[in-house]
Each structure stands twice: as structure tokens, then as C-alpha cells.
Design a protein around this ligand. Structure first.
Ligand code: ATP
Ligand code: MG
Length: 315
């Protein structure tokens, strides 16, 4: 099982669109995929469920990640496995591929939980207790995903909120790799080194506490890699990346500490603009294999290849 956080604290850069489509394409290649929606905006969930279905099937029966994070210590009261659902429409399209998409849904109320978790972190009275609480809280998702239930999955993709709150940090601690969607513009590229620096600082602090034997459980050091930046909504003109965007992509490739994937996702409102309404991500919905689908396939090759999940690798 590979666990990948899709993260960028810049909003609207295509994180959710990438997560939904990458998960769907991976499943169409026969992989068993779990998508974990950790954004209170709940957009990933609504890519697979209508708002009505979400209300009736998930929210009203308390099957969202909010219930899991809101306990005294996340995961102590309910099991993460009990929150897994199988969205019907996308899996109908996947029939016969051997692959599957499962989902853990989010909830608007997660935004308050994030603040409560941050407050809880500060409540310890001794340094030792505070380190223990830091480790226990930050590794809650990591521990939960070790449950036997999750060994059935080849790939877990975590769609993070556009922030660096505690919930996002639990995703990074749980992940082996972090995938960073970004737009090729000045502000987006400016933030990338900062983002990687913040991840590195989290890892440093976590591992420092582990080495001082904090935490009540079997905490081990973490080492999430940065899988790379995926440029999204790339503007194409005359079949080429526009020169302005090309310059930003080059700048990051040459001068940033962050690796940049060779493949990208083009700006295509026709494909990606109406996320969610059909319950089937655009890359499985498009009739025929048009250029955008083929480009996205290349991106999937690159990402799944570097995770050791290219065709045949995972069995
Ligand atoms: N390649 C693309 N071409 C055209 N539109 C896109 C593309 N990718 C995403 N979009 C659109 O851009 C908007 C933002 O995308 P998305 O929700 O995936 O970003 P996000 O990073 O998850 O946002 P947030 O930070 O709010 O969670 C959506 O309306 C989506 O449909
Ligand atoms: Mg999103």
C-alpha cells in the first residue's frame, strides 16, 4: 500500500481534481484505490456523491472523517475502516477492470475540529507530556492506516485542505510521498520552497521527539518524500505551453529544491470544469481517448511508476 498526500496550502490549484482523476485512472488500471477527503470543503466527496446522497448515506449516519477526528484522541472511539464507502457510479464504470475506488468522506464541521486539535496540543503540563501528545496526535492517521483492513489497497490518496493545520499534518505524517499540484504563475511558484520547508520542519520536529522517546505508542521516525510538483491548468497555445508559463515551470525546475514532474495537466474547463456532477471523474467519462486523456495517462504513468505501481508492479 502506498500512501500519498496531495497537498498545497494554496487554494484552487487543482488538488481535488487531480486526486479524483488520478484515483479513478489508477483504478481503471486495476488498482484498488482509497481516496481520503481531509478537506472540510468536501469537494472530493462531492466528486463522487451528490449532495443529497451525501446527506442521506454519509452525514446522517455519521460516516464522515469528522466523527473520527473529533474524539478525545482521533481513532480511539471509532475505527477508520468503518467510514469507508464505495461510491456506486464510478465503480459501475470500473466494472471489469479489477480496480475499485473507495472513499472516506469529509464534512464541513472538520474545520472546527482542526482548531480544537490545535488547542488540545497546547494543553499539556510537562514537556514530556507535550511531546507525547504531539506524537500521538500527529501520528493518529498513520496508525489507523496500519489496520489490516487497509492492506487490501494498492494506493491511498489523501486530498488535503489548502492549509497547514493539524489535520493536514496528520496526512503528511501518514504519507510516504507528497504530491504538490501548483499553477505555473508567480505566486504559486513562490510558495513552493516555503511549503517544502514547512514539511521538512514538521518531519524534523516529529523525528526529534521520536528520538527522545516521546509518545505512548510505537512511534517510528518518518521520512515522507516529495514526489514532485505537478503543474495544473497549464495554458496551451498552438500546441505548446505558453511562454509565460513555460518560464515559471523552468524557473522551478532549475532553481527550486522541489522536484518537478515531467507531465502536467492542461487547462481544460471542458474536461475539468464541472467537477463532480456525474459522480465519475472526467478522465473516465470522456468518450474516446482524446489528447487531454492521453496527457493525463502520461501523468498517471509517471506518478504510478515512481510509486512502483505501474502495470504489473503491484501484484
Ligand atoms: N486542469 C484544469 N482545467 C480547467 N479547470 C480546472 C482544472 N483543474 C481544476 N479545474 C477547476 O478549477 C477549480 C479548482 O480546482 P480544485 O477544486 O481541484 O482545486 P483545489 O486545489 O482542490 O482547491 P481548494 O484549495 O479549494 O481545495 C475547480 O472549479 C475545477 O473544476
Ligand atoms: Mg480541493
Amino acid at each position: 500500500m502506498r500512501v500519498v498526500a496531495v497537498m498545497n496550502y494554496k487554494g484552487g490549484v487543482g488538488k481535488t481534481t487531480l486526486t479524483a482523476n488520478l484515483g479513478a485512472v489508477a483504478a481503471a488500471r486495476g488498482l484498488r484505490v482509497l481516496l481520503l477527503d481531509l478537506d472540510p470543503q468536501t469537494n472530493l466527496t462531492f466528486s463522487f456523491y451528490s449532495i443529497d446522497d451525501w446527506h442521506h448515506q454519509l452525514k446522517d449516519s455519521n460516516r464522515t472523517i469528522k466523527q473520527w477526528y473529533e474524539g478525545e484522541m482521533p481513532g480511539r472511539d471509532i475505527s477508520l475502516a468503518d467510514l469507508v464507502v464505495t461510491p456506486e457510479r464510478v465503480n459501475k464504470v470500473l466494472d471489469g477492470t479489477g480496480g475499485r475506488v473507495d472513499l472516506i468522506s469529509s464534512h464541513l464541521g472538520l474545520i472546527d475540529i482542526d482548531l480544537e486539535l490545535a488547542a488540545r496540543l497546547g494543553g499539556a503540563t510537562t514537556l514530556e507530556a507535550s511531546k507525547r501528545r504531539f506524537l500521538d496526535l500527529h501520528s493518529c492517521l498513520r496508525h489507523a492506516l496500519r489496520d489490516n483492513h487497509f492492506t487490501q489497497y494498492d494506493l491511498v490518496l489523501i486530498d488535503c485542505a489548502p492549509n497547514f493545520g493539524i489535520v493536514t499534518k496528520t496526512a503528511i505524517v501518514a504519507s510516504e510521498q507528497v504530491l504538490v499540484p501548483a499553477k505555473a504563475d508567480y505566486l504559486s511558484t513562490l510558495g513552493l520552497d516555503y511549503l517544502v520547508g514547512n514539511c521538512a520542519e514538521l518531519v524534523r520536529q516529529f523525528n526529534d521527539f521520536v528520538s527522545h522517546k516521546g509518545g505512548s505508542g510505537d512511534h517510528r521516525p518518518i521520512d515522507p518524500g516529495i514526489l514532485g510538483v505537478v503543474f495544473t491548468m497549464v495554458q496551451i497555445y498552438s500546441q505548446q505551453v505558453t511562454s509565460a508559463q513555460h518560464a515559471y515551470i523552468e524557473e522551478v525546475s532549475l532553481n527550486s529544491r522541489v522536484p518537478v514532474l515531467e507531465s502536467w495537466v492542461r487547462n481544460s474547463p471542458v474536461h475539468f470544469g464541472d467537477a463532480g456532477e456525474s459522480g465519475v471523474p472526467a478522465m473516465l467519462r470522456t468518450a474516446g481517448r482524446d489528447l487531454v486523456v492521453r496527457e493525463f495517462d502520461q501523468l498517471a504513468d509517471e506518478v504510478l511508476g515512481s510509486l512502483g505501481l505501474a502495470s504489473g508492479d503491484h501484484r
